[in-house]
Structures are given as structure tokens and as C-alpha cells.
Design a protein. Structure first.
Length: 339
């Protein structure tokens, strides 16, 4: 399935049906009066969030959507039927913008949350509605009101608890495949991941779960458009915890946190508020140090001296993953005890 997280669509509400000009004409009933019914109102346009969808693929090929028009009124005081409403379903976490002004019209963060974007046009009044003591036989009626049109931008932002970021080939796909049921493509070359992945980390003891979002690898200059990851940074804007995954085999012993500092800089350039989130450093691929444990100890010492909370794991062999899950459970589920 293609991952589509943005779409531009045009919507139009239904126009109201016109009122009817009619006079009662029946045998044996003298002085038949006006009996033209009102027109039905046009259909409204709603947008509804649903957990059944996880991409905006439905809006990649069809871009124009229109609600039904109201029906015209008829004789014998028959009101025209209202136009059917149009309900567009989007994934939970979708932002709806006015494409022209970039105004946020809706932020759909709950399942089944529904917002009316455009109201349908009112139906016109038939001549029966204009009867008065001074005008017993009005020949006046109204056309229906036109529907409204609007161009929308739909932008999906994942609702995840944990945002996983790192350089290409740091092992993010392997990590999320070991912790969750997600099955991203895993290969030995950079930029294997070309779209975000969501995975659910389950905790049996807590009977709870956390959602982790893995975005494609960031590179230096990502905030300026280099690479792929910059396109998907919005998917970690709602997360509570940022996990920075570093490749132990690529870390410079003299400057072990160089990649971490570069990643922080790119995130801050994209959205300064990201740097206010809680952070956890995860150093991966420690299995490569099996024959050089002293080198690993030196690396642990150098990283720990930076004062940043850090864990050392091997996503491939699963070493350290239980400790990582325990830290996540403590951060998200354990009640804080007041001193």
C-alpha cells in the first residue's frame, strides 16, 4: 500500500432545491389555492476520523467531491427531499486546512470525531409559503441557495507515543520489527525505509501498549530538503518521547555524540518545540563489540559523560531490549511519587 500523508481536494456542498409554483386544481373543489411546496436543502460536507484508515490514499486519485443537491418542491404542498450529506473519512490524526489561507479548520484526534466543513444551501420557498391575508394567490417562489465550494489540504500527523529518529542504516527498522508486529523492509543499505512505520509495543505485566513511529533516516541538511526524512518529521510532532537511535559501529570515539547533536539540530530547524520533548539515547549494534568489550566500555563511558540518558542495545540479537522496554514502562505507566 502506498503511504500518502498529504492530499489536496476540492469539496462542494449541495445546492438547495427550488420552491414550486403551483395552484390546486381538483374536480369538485372550488377556489383551489396555492399549494407549491418548498425545496429541500442541499447536503452538508463532513469530515470524519476513523481508525480503519492509516493513509490518505483514497484522496490521491479522486480529488473532487460533491454532496447531493436538494430536490425541488412539488404541488400539493410536497416539500422536496433534502440532499444526502457527504461524509469523507480520514485517518485519526488528520489536520484539515483551508488550502488558500492555510487556516486550520479541524484537528481530528479522536476516533469517530466528525466536523462539518461546508453547509448545504437552503431550499427555496414555494408559493404556498407566501400566502397572507393580503395575498391569497401569490405567484412568488424562491430558487434554492447555491452550495459552497472550498479547496482543502489534508495533512496526516501520526498519533504516536514514541518517535524513533536516527541516521540511515542505524537499525530503526530492525528495532521496531523486534519490539512490535510491524514488518518494515530491512536491508543492509541506507534509505531502505522510504515511508513512516507505526508499531505497537505491548507490555504484558502492565496490560498496556505504546505506539512507536519510525520515520525514514535523517541526514545532515534534512531541514533544507535533503534526503527523505524531512518530509515525514510531522509524524513525530505529537509524540511525548523522542528516541534517538545511534549506530555504535559508526560513532567517533573522540566525538561520540556528533550524530546525536546533528539530529537535534535538524529537528530544531524543522520545529523548535521538538526540542522541548523528553529524549532518550539508544546506542544500537553493540553486538559488533563482542570481541572488543573494552572498546564498548570506553564508548559507554564517553557517551555517559555527556549527561544524556542512554541505553545500549542490539536490535539484531535483542540484547538490552527488555531493559529498554522497562524504561519505557517507567516513563509512561509508573505513577510519580511526590517527594
Amino acid at each position: 500500500m502506498n503511504f500518502i500523508d498529504e492530499a489536496i481536494i476540492s469539496i462542494k456542498s449541495g445546492k438547495g432545491g427550488k420552491g414550486c409554483l403551483s395552484f390546486r386544481r381538483e374536480k369538485f373543489i372550488p377556489r383551489g389555492g396555492p399549494d407549491g411546496g418548498d425545496g429541500g436543502r442541499g447536503g452538508d460536507v463532513f469530515i470524519r476520523a476513523t481508525e480503519r484508515l492509516n493513509t490518505l490514499l483514497d484522496y490521491a486519485y479522486k480529488r473532487v467531491f460533491k454532496a447531493r443537491d436538494g430536490q425541488a418542491g412539488r404541488g400539493r404542498d410536497q416539500k422536496g427531499s433534502d440532499g444526502e450529506d457527504l461524509i469523507l473519512e480520514v485517518p485519526v490524526g488528520t489536520l484539515v486546512y483551508n488550502h488558500e489561507t492555510q487556516e486550520v479548520l479541524a484537528d481530528l484526534t479522536q476516533n469517530d470525531q466528525q466536523v462539518m466543513i461546508l453547509a448545504g444551501g437552503q431550499g427555496g420557498r414555494g408559493n404556498h409559503s407566501f400566502v397572507s391575508s393580503n395575498n391569497r394567490s401569490p405567484r412568488k417562489f424562491q430558487p434554492g441557495m447555491p452550495g459552497a465550494e472550498l479547496k482543502l489540504k489534508l495533512a496526516m500527523k501520526s498519533l504516536a507515543d514514541i518517535g524513533l529518529v536516527g541516521l540511515p542504516n542505524a537499525g530503526k527498522s530492525t528495532l521496531i520489527s523486534k519490539l512490535t508486529m510491524a514488518r518494515p523492509k530491512i536491508a543492509s543499505y541506507p534509505f531502505t525505509t522510504i515511508s513512516p512505520h507505526l508499531g505497537v509495543i505491548r507490555f504484558e505485566e502492565e496490560d498496556k501498549a505504546l505506539i512507536m513511529a519510525d520515520i525514514p533516516g535523517l541526514i545532515e541538511g534534512a531541514s533544507e530538503g535533503r534526503g527523505l526524512g524531512h518530509r515525514f518529521l510531522k509524524h513525530i510532532e505529537r509524540t511525548r518521547l523522542l528516541v534517538f537511535l545511534l549506530d555504535a559501529s559508526a560513532m567517533d570515539p573522540a566525538e561520540p555524540l556528533q550524530d546525536f547533536q546533528m539530529l537535534c539540530m535538524e529537528l530544531e530547524r524543522h520545529e523548535p518545540a521538538l526540542m522541548q520533548k523528553e529524549r532518550l539515547l539508544l546506542v544500537n549494534k553493540i553486538d559488533l563489540y563482542q570481541e572488543n568489550r573494552s572498546g564498548l566500555l570506553d564508548l559507554e563511558k564517553a557517551v555517559s559523560e555527556a549527561g544524556q540518558e542512554v541505553l545500549f542495545v542490539s536490535a539484531l540479537t535483542e540484547e538490552g531490549l527488555e531493559a529498554f522496554k522497562s524504561v519505557l514502562a517507567r516513563k509512561f505507566f509508573k505513577p510519580k511519587v511526590d517527594a
